[in-house]
Design a protein around this ligand. Structure first.
Ligand SMILES: NC(=O)c1ccc[n+]([C@@H]2O[C@H](COP(=O)([O-])OP(=O)(O)OC[C@H]3O[C@@H](n4cnc5c(N)ncnc54)[C@H](O)[C@@H]3O)[C@@H](O)[C@H]2O)c1
Length: 245
């Protein structure tokens, strides 16, 4: 890439976020790595020196988002690439989902991405270049095979948010796309799904294994590349053939 870009990756203490950040540094970007978990996000950035900068805040707090995006603008430069990756999983189905769980999942998985996108779009518009990638989920269109109701609905909303941003910003050189992974080898799967459920899911995935976080990072790298400027409002599935459409 000609000019060094600044990327903001949320939920970077998690397996997918950390893999995305590592890949974007490898591709020549300066990455600001956000997470609500300050200790773990610092642990990850320490391995990368100055190319990866930790920034702990809660993405569901709109004031914190504005403050932090402004801090990034001052300290590093305007955000060119935003990867909305932070997310929380809940497995309760409709009859057992408490109201506060519903609100929290929507707040982090949808409102967080909305607040951040809203905060970075003005700078992207001014530069007439920007990339927004939302990490959605297979749950959005499968109805949530193992995921719960709040999570599934939140990822559906994130898909529609992606479409809305894509339509609104396309003429400014900004693209907004989503990636819908299914069953990535992360604690979300290895710790939150029973061994029995994991075996059952593996038997249904045609590729015969779970996805590696680096494979999701590869799709992010593809979408944020300058040559991907004609792709917007697209949701790329990465699910080993579990669901075709
Ligand atoms: N693991 C999978 O199989 C899978 C499948 C489909 C989609 N996804 C999505 O991929 C993304 C990353 O998943 P992962 O498996 O790496 O999960 P993870 O739980 O390992 O990572 C998510 C990170 O988000 C952070 N986070 C949570 N709430 C936050 C907040 N309010 N502000 C800032 N950070 C916050 C957590 O601390 C955590 O480090 C999520 O959006 C998830 O829904 C994962």
């Amino acid at each position: 890439m000609e000019n060094r870009k600044t990327a903001l990756v949320t939920g970077g203490a998690g397996s997918i976020g950390a893999a995305v950040a590592a890949r974007l540094v490898e591709d020549g970007m300066t990455v600001v790595l956000n997470d609500i978990d300050e200790e773990n996000v610092k642990g990850i950035t320490n391995r990368f020196g100055g190319d990866m900068i930790p920034l702990a805040f809660d993405i569901s707090d709109p004031e914190a988002v504005l403050r932090m995006v402004s801090k990034i603008r001052n300290d590093v430069g305007p955000v060119d690439v935003l990867v909305n990756n932070a997310g929380i999983l809940s497995s309760n189905k409709i009859e057992t989902t408490p109201a506060d769980e519903w609100r929290r999942v929507l707040e982090v998985n949808v409102s967080g991405a909305f607040f951040l996108s809203k905060a970075v779009v003005p700078d992207m518009k001014q530069k007439r270049w920007g990339r927004i990638v939302n990490i959605c989920s297979l749950a959005a269109k499968s109805g949530g095979i193992t995921a719960g109701t709040a999570y599934t609905a939140s990822k559906g909303a994130l898909v529609s948010l992606t479409f809305s941003i894509a339509r609104e910003t396309a003429s400014y050189g900004i693209t907004a796309n989503g990636i819908s992974p299914g069953y990535v080898k992360t604690p979300m799967i290895t710790e939150q799904l029973s061994q029995k459920k994991q075996k059952e899911m593996l038997s249904q995935i045609p590729v015969g294994r779970f996805c590696d976080p680096e494979e999701v990072a590869h799709v992010v790298a593809f979408l944020v590349h300058p040559l991907s400027g004609f792709i917007t409002g697209e949701i790329i599935d990465i699910n080993g053939g579990l669901l075709f459409d």
